[in-house]
Design a binder for this molecule. Structure first.
Ligand SMILES: [Zn+2]
Length: 361
């Protein structure tokens, strides 16, 4: 069992990545309540509303990259996932008595195999062959890694990948303000010459967390037994699952409103851990010494879980945050990377090496 987990700290200026509601001519940015500790001496917790980007937004961007990279590498992706519509076959019963509901026939335009697939799935479930139903669902790599839910058939898979919300690292380092825009008409009449609208723009030093349960890629523990793809296919998918983080984070491939509000981004630091056999996560990046804190915690965890053979590797890149001192003791190794892409390259090499060894043993 091998787990990958990461913390990313990134400054985004003038972003509208996650709008949640429009009232008249005003579009609001997503705000969430967050707890911060203020005051050096008294260390008082306060609850404030801050700009945020949802984990759903990150997961959507990640799955889009997964679908794109999979298509380029010849790994199976269904037609709807390929176009970024993550319905994942979770539609209410698409069949009337002897025919397919008209509204669902249209989906065959995007995925010529859609109705056929659903028919097979419904047949497998009605014949109590649920293991093969899961096997069929794992065919599309986005559904394998991103999870799915089909309430009608009571088939579900928890996502192998997880994302937190993006929130400012401190209450003073994130704010949101409405900006005024005008849309000018061709003919400047009194009614239509100039239309005014407002959109919230946020800027923040954000941080967020992600996780990837490598053991579950291409493998499902179902109530009806374990379903597992061939090892070569699983290794290809593991590589893909790690590769998708590179365009997602390095090229900021998530969020909306990018055509005119593509944020100015600067990656401050990253910490990624590989742990096995039990999960571990890096510290959230509220402080500037979070990488050092991650190393300290990893050493404590590894010592406590010694009887279980727990090992943790920590990879980091930092431009502004403190570098950790020490590490590299008792099954905790620490390695610095030159940038985020270099970091993911190291993580991928280590995971593939580790995973191939695990599979052999
Ligand atoms: Zn799919």
């Amino acid at each position: 069992m091998v787990y990958v987990a990461g913390t990313i700290k990134i400054a985004l200026t003038a972003e509208a990545l996650n709008m949640v509601e429009a009232v008249g001519e005003f579009s609001r940015h997503r705000l969430i309540p967050a707890v911060y500790i203020i005051g050096k001496e008294k260390k008082k917790p306060v609850l404030v509303y801050v700009p945020a980007v949802s984990g759903q937004s990150l997961a959507h961007g990640y799955q889009e990259q997964l679908a794109k990279l999979a298509t380029m590498r010849g790994i199976k992706v269904c037609g709807l996932c390929q176009m970024g519509s993550f319905v994942k076959h979770g539609l209410p019963n698409i069949f009337l008595k002897d025919r397919v509901r008209d509204e669902y026939k249209i989906l065959n335009r995007y995925d010529p195999n859609f109705v056929n697939f659903m028919e097979n799935l419904y047949n497998l479930v009605s014949n109590d062959n649920l293991k093969d139903a899961y096997r069929l669902m794992l065919e599309c790599v986005v559904e394998d890694i991103g999870g799915f839910l089909i309430p009608d058939l009571q088939l579900k898979r928890t996502s192998v990948v997880s994302f937190s919300y993006m929130v400012p690292v401190a209450r003073t380092l994130g704010d949101v303000q409405p900006q005024m825009y005008t849309r000018a008409g061709v003919q400047a009449t009194r009614e239509h010459g100039q239309m005014i609208f407002h959109e919230d723009l946020a800027s923040a030093l954000y941080h967020f967390a992600f996780g990837l349960d490598i053991q579950r890629v291409g493998r499902a523990e179902t109530p009806y037994g374990t379903v597992e793809l061939p090892l070569a296919e699983r290794l290809k998918r593991i590589e893909l699952a790690l590769d998708a983080f590179v365009p997602l984070i390095d090229s900021l491939r998530f969020g909306a409103k990018k055509s005119r509000k593509n944020p100015l981004a600067e990656l401050h630091s990253v910490a990624v851990t590989i742990s096995h056999p039990l999960p571990f996560r890096p510290e959230a990046a509220f402080s500037t010494d979070y990488i050092a804190e991650t190393v300290k915690r990893a050493i404590t965890v590894v010592n406590y879980l010694e009887d279980y053979g727990q090992e943790i590797k920590i990879y980091y890149y930092t431009k502004y945050d403190e570098k950790p001192a020490g590490g590299n003791e008792n099954k905790v190794t620490v390695e610095e990377a030159e940038n985020f892409v270099d970091l993911m390259k190291k993580v991928k090499e280590e995971i593939l090496k580790l995973y191939q060894e695990k599979e052999k043993s």
